[in-house]
Design a protein around this ligand. Structure first.
Ligand SMILES: [Zn+2]
Length: 353
């Protein structure tokens, strides 16, 4: 069928031919449509459809405009999967009633490292919404760091953080996890690397990037290193570690040159040392301490926050832009309700006991 290019005038001519009731019905429909698209919608449309319209459900490219929702949001229909969606579909902004300015302000608060309450106050949202937004943003951000490849001189070593059930004191859950809750910031009294500690393998690139994730409870293993660094360290990278056998096995499997530093922390072998990494560990610990203890359940999110925002650095505006751009670029299917439904301890590797 031939597509006609209508103008407001040509449509008006058609409307004049309608019976009275139909014209009245149309009048009501038209006055219900808000005139302007929201700034958030505009921004998302620009970012998501920058190289053509793509369906966020099936990835199809046969996407057409399909009327508007009552809220005024533009609807689209995908001719490949037949589904209709609005531009916020599968983004962290899905279902939001707040505008882009509020979200940007919230990301500014995150760039500044503000608390949930302070962020809530500044953005005019509830404590609960502040919590949900923080973790939706970080969950999305965690997804887009997955493809990062570390190259050049990569310093790697694990760090250990105490298990924390902060915010999850329901007896059933704690019992199911096999231990009593410890108050925030409590010291770990058991000697050695017990299951009271989560093992977090970390890697930093001299030029800037960093990667870290919870791997398991207790001491480190080759498998743990593999799970966190595997697929993220380029073959050309030179790994720089202490004398741990886990990293020796990992670098052999991954095909990396390896320089192991005898004597640990302060030692140097030519240009090789792990001082950037030691510095990363201590900065990470102060970052986490500022939140007065972080629950193990959300630790991966705080690691992402530290790596993508704090460690990468830049001005406040640069940090916020990085947050916004990365969050928009990712397909995010999680609902608000799913945010707290994480395992109490998010391990990648089962403990060998
Ligand atoms: Zn589709």
């Amino acid at each position: 069928m031939e597509q006609q290019n209508h103008t407001a005038e040509s449509i008006m001519e058609l409307i004049e031919q309608l019976p009275k009731e139909e014209r009245n019905k149309l009048h009501k429909l038209l006055t219900d449509i808000p005139e302007v698209t929201s700034e958030l919608e505009e921004y998302l449309t620009e970012q998501r459809f920058s190289s053509g319209r793509v369906c966020p459900i099936c990835g199809g490219t046969h996407v057409q405009r399909n009327g508007r929702r009552k809220s005024g949001a533009q609807k689209f229909i995908c001719r490949d999967c037949g589904k209709t969606f609005s531009i916020t579909k599968n983004t962290v902004f899905s279902g939001t009633r707040k505008g882009l300015e509020v979200w940007k302000e919230y990301m500014d608060c995150m760039s500044e490292g503000l608390s949930l309450d302070k962020s809530a106050e500044r953005c005019g949202i509830s404590h609960r919404t502040s919590f949900t937004w923080r973790h939706k943003i970080l969950d999305a951000l965690g997804k887009c760091t997955d493809g990062d490849s570390l190259t050049g001189i990569v310093e790697a070593d694990e760090t250990f953080l105490p298990v924390s059930y902060k915010g999850d004191k329901s007896a059933f859950e704690v019992k199911a996890a096999g231990r009593k809750p410890r108050e925030r910031g409590g010291e770990n009294h058991k000697r050695g690397l017990s299951n009271e500690l989560v093992c977090v393998p970390c890697a930093v690139v001299r030029k800037g990037g960093a990667l870290s994730k919870v791997a398991k409870l207790g001491k480190c293993s080759t498998e743990a290193v593999e799970k966190v660094l595997g697929g993220h360290v380029s073959k050309e990278a030179t790994l720089c570690t202490d004398e741990d056998a886990s990293y020796r096995r990992f670098s052999k499997r991954n095909g990396n040159d390896l320089v192991q530093i005898k004597g640990g922390k302060g030692s140097v072998k030519g240009i090789y040392h792990i001082q950037h990494l030691n510095c990363y560990h201590s900065k990470l610990k102060s970052f986490l301490a500022a939140f007065k203890g972080v629950s193990s359940k959300y630790l991966n999110n705080y690691l992402t926050w530290n790596n993508m925002v704090v460690h990468k650095g830049g001005t406040l505006a640069e940090k916020t832009r990085r947050l916004l751009e990365n969050v928009v670029a990712v397909l995010f299917e999680e609902t608000c309700r799913a945010v707290p439904l994480k395992p109490l301890i998010p391990v990648l590797v089962k403990n060998q006991s």
